[in-house]
Design a binder for this molecule. Structure first.
Ligand code: FES
Length: 117
């Protein structure tokens, strides 16, 4: 006898045995964007940070003083660690910026403060 939990995930469409989530992109188009000249893709509705991470990119900025790599940290727009150049605009927070098809994303040379970009 199989163990089924009443009201569990099975049968409610919130997941399945393969680990896919409902609305997880099966059959949906992906958006294409460039990062430092490389063409990458991500599921629609991704933030720039999520799209970069999904493509294995973990750092897209260097600190001013020591040149240490920075990428996603807080993920909620509070820390400004994730600044990136987005469609020619410097110092854009990647974690709160939605990605669109054809976007151009580049490593940021920002200071980490939008006013000093
Ligand atoms: S990761 Fe902190 S502001 Fe984006």
């Amino acid at each position: 006898m199989s163990a089924r939990r009443p009201g569990g995930a099975a049968g409610r469409g919130s997941g399945n045995a393969s680990g896919e989530e409902a609305g997880g992109g099966e059959g949906r188009a992906r958006v294409e964007f460039s990062f430092d000249g490389r063409v990458l893709s991500a599921p629609p509705g991704s933030t720039v940070a999520a799209a970069l991470c999904a493509n294995g990119v973990q750092a897209w900025r260097r600190t001013r003083g020591r040149g240490e790599p920075r990428g996603l940290f807080c993920g909620i727009g509070a820390c400004f660690d994730c600044l990136v150049e987005h469609n020619g605009r410097p110092a854009v927070r990647a974690c709160v910026t939605l990605l669109h098809d054809g976007d151009r994303v580049a490593t940021s040379s920002s200071t980490g403060r939008p006013s000093r970009a």
